[in-house]
Design a protein around this ligand. Structure first.
Ligand SMILES: [Zn+2]
Length: 85
């Protein structure tokens, strides 16, 4: 568990340590790697530290953008600010 968090922490730091768009950097657990290419979704960074090397995880992180959970949730809903009806 410790190693898993260390891998993510390292990759987040390498990605700038914060969500670029809004500058969110308060909680590591609210930052996530999101694949730019939807077809490359097979791999989840959150599982990266378990059996794979940080080199492998880093290669995948390079294909991702770092998002905070707020902006990620907005993106998943299509970016609309309209409240659900
Ligand atoms: Zn954000």
């Amino acid at each position: 568990m410790k190693r898993r968090r260390a891998v993510k922490q390292q990759l987040v730091a390498e990605a700038g340590g914060a969500h670029e768009r809004c500058g969110y950097d308060r909680y590591l657990g609210a930052l996530a790697f999101h694949h730019r290419d939807p077809e490359a979704k097979r791999f989840s960074i959150s599982q990266a530290g378990v059996a794979r090397s940080i080199e492998r995880a880093r290669a995948e992180a390079a294909k991702c953008i770092l998002l905070c959970s707020n902006c990620h949730a907005e993106g998943e809903s299509g970016g609309s600010m309209k409240p659900p009806v």
